[in-house]
Design a protein around this ligand. Structure first.
Ligand SMILES: Cc1cc2nc3c(=O)[nH]c(=O)nc-3n(C[C@H](O)[C@H](O)[C@H](O)COP(=O)(O)O)c2cc1C
Length: 191
């Protein structure tokens, strides 16, 4: 943070806590931040859906989730390579929105490192013959193909903005962090 921030220690603490919580969510399936909502642009309207947070790298500022390469969210980030992730902890009444440039990686050496670590049961999810959203006769009628790895996508957001909000019993707190070339610029904001 820059020395001119009004509350450098406290903003530093909030910022450190954000990345700790994100990293903690990838390791704990029961963590409230494990299943954020991922919002992307679509051809006609914004879209949002729940995903599983798979990886976090505080130094690279990246958030990672997996998807079917044929899904609407992948088409969305190809049209407009941006996304907002919204995390919510209902116990602490803590919301985090993380925005940044987002890329879909498909069938590369990078995606295969994740693929190798997926259990067989998860790999099968990417093997459907119908595309996500296609009409099917019934869930048990869905056919599976032989090339799931080609239908596996890794979405990576490089975060450039964090918007943190805690609803307190007496007062609410909001802090904003913006990546500015080589450091985070931080300030408090009116909730
Ligand atoms: C708990 C939960 C976790 C989910 N995790 C993912 C995920 O990690 N990746 C994904 O593509 N879809 C995930 N989904 C399904 C999406 O919410 C969504 O329905 C699907 O990906 C189609 O979205 P799209 O048409 O906007 O691409 C999850 C759904 C739930 C309820």
């Amino acid at each position: 943070m820059r020395p001119s921030d009004a509350h450098p220690q406290t903003l530093d603490h909030v910022h450190a806590e954000i990345w700790q919580r994100l990293a903690g969510a990838t390791a704990d399936p029961a963590h409230s931040w494990r299943t954020p909502t991922l919002a992307t642009a679509g051809p006609n309207h914004p879209d949002a859906r729940v995903v599983i947070l798979r990886e976090v790298d505080p130094h690279e500022r990246t958030l990672v989730c997996f998807s079917d390469s044929r899904a609407h969210k992948v088409a969305g980030v190809r049209i407009q390579p941006v996304a907002t992730w919204c995390f919510y902890d209902p116990v602490q009444r803590l919301q985090l929105r993380a925005r940044g440039e987002t890329r879909a990686h498909v069938n590369t050496a990078f995606t295969r490192t994740f693929w190798e670590r997926l259990p067989h049961s998860s790999r099968r999810l990417y093997a459907t013959v119908p595309r996500p959203g296609d009409r099917v006769l019934a869930p048990w009628e869905i056919a599976f193909g032989d090339h799931p790895v080609e239908q596996f996508a890794v979405l990576v957001t490089t975060v450039h903005e964090l918007d943190w909000l805690r609803l307190g019993a007496e007062a609410h707190e909001r802090a904003r962090f913006r990546w500015d070339d080589d450091s985070w610029e931080a300030h408090w904001a009116c909730p």
